[in-house]
Design a binder for this molecule. Sequence first.
Ligand SMILES: Cc1cc2nc3c(=O)[nH]c(=O)nc-3n(C[C@H](O)[C@H](O)[C@H](O)COP(=O)(O)OP(=O)(O)OC[C@H]3O[C@@H](n4cnc5c(N)ncnc54)[C@H](O)[C@@H]3O)c2cc1C
Length: 445
Amino acid sequence: MCPDGSSSPQATSGPIDHLVIVGNGMAGQRLVESLVRRNGAPRRITLIGEEPCPAYNRILLSPLLAGEMEREDLTLRDADWYVEHGVELVLGERVETIDRVARRLTTTSGREIDYDRLVLATGSRPAMPPIPGLELDGVHAFRDLDDAAALTRRAENGGRAVVIGGGLLGLEAAEGLRKRGMTVSIIQRDDRLMNRQLDVTAADLLERELAGRGLEIVTGAQLDHLEDNGRGHVTAALLADGRRLPAECVVVAIGIAPNVALARTAGLDVNRAVVVDALLTSSDPAIHALGECCEFAGQTYGLVEPIWRQVEVLAARLAGENAGDDAQARYVEKPCATKLKVSGVSLYAFGAIEAEDGHEVLTYHDPEHGDYRRLLLRNGRLEGAVLYGDTAAGPWYFEQSLAGRDLSACRQALLFGQADAKALLDDTTSKTPHHQDSSPQEEAA
Ligand SMILES: Cc1cc2nc3c(=O)[nH]c(=O)nc-3n(C[C@H](O)[C@H](O)[C@H](O)COP(=O)(O)OP(=O)(O)OC[C@H]3O[C@@H](n4cnc5c(N)ncnc54)[C@H](O)[C@@H]3O)c2cc1C
């Protein structure tokens, strides 16, 4: 039941009259693009974004900061595209409240917008550590175009920067600032870089490569506070062990916090993010959520790959293409692969990082060429991979892992990449009467 007691809007037939999407970021934009291509799309679509410009490719903020791309390269669609596709675009306005009974939104400018169906695509914001000094001038996040512009301006005069966080985002920010001429230190709480994706050997190779470029990497570091220069500007990062890292610029990149205040105030079910079911529907059947602001089966998101799959599920649903009882039309969780966007560094990782009981570990390491590959297999099936240096086989490994393919037949060639391994696999399947790969599910059935 809806809050006003009426029946679920999912029960009504025919196109939705007015769909409103809150958030013109990567998810909101992709949803609109997918909808305008479909028959049965809502009659009217309004897209509301807090940022002042139409959606851009947020992923490319890293090469933009590094000076490898121009601002125009990030543009997804110009303003004309929205007009041509009949999409009403409201920019530079934040949605402040949702009245679920009246099905009405209010924005910061006082504008009121009625909806028949609502999608929350509000993304997330940088998570902040609970330490003194975050309010000082010179302390930045790295999330949007304004952040990238502010960091670029800051780097113009050189000087010292400290990046808090040695994950993907922190490393990309650090390398961008270094390329712009700053002397950069990275503070990482864990004892290795990218500890959620890399094993010790790969993290060590990465650390040596970045250190060789002049980045100072401080692992196992506990940040205590940021020091004020007495005039409200940051002047150093202080560690719990007393070490002092001078810095006129600090970038906080320790993680993300989903933007859920709007949903929470509206009374929707919210844990870490807005709780949705496999059809991306929130606890109110007239409201959906997707992207970094949603939570499905306890999982939240920080990469676009699962978000693109959410978009397709929700777009089909909003265009009335399925009744929701088709298993294909539901969102299911799948593993993700990780890459780092630092020029000259090639790494690719997915799945389990540490070997567990029952894992067979295959390792190849050529220190001279900086090549490292480590595969974790269980019963011949790939459950995790870390590749550093030559990562060409990464997507193929990932594909095999997703398919649950038994790779026992090419075990001895597996570390040498797709061509060698595939030749052995093809050879085996051609000798088998029925050319079928059996997934674990199929075997169990
Ligand atoms: C520097 C950087 C590099 C990245 N690199 C990668 C990568 O290599 N690979 C990868 O997979 N992912 C990467 N990501 C993550 C990826 O960008 C995000 O997963 C993706 O943008 C999430 O999409 P979203 O639409 O959920 O959120 P966002 O893209 O953040 O969009 C949310 C939008 O909603 C707006 N909004 C929020 N609240 C309101 C409100 N109340 N009213 C109106 N508007 C609102 C926000 O201003 C924002 O524009 C990177 C992120 C950053 C910051």
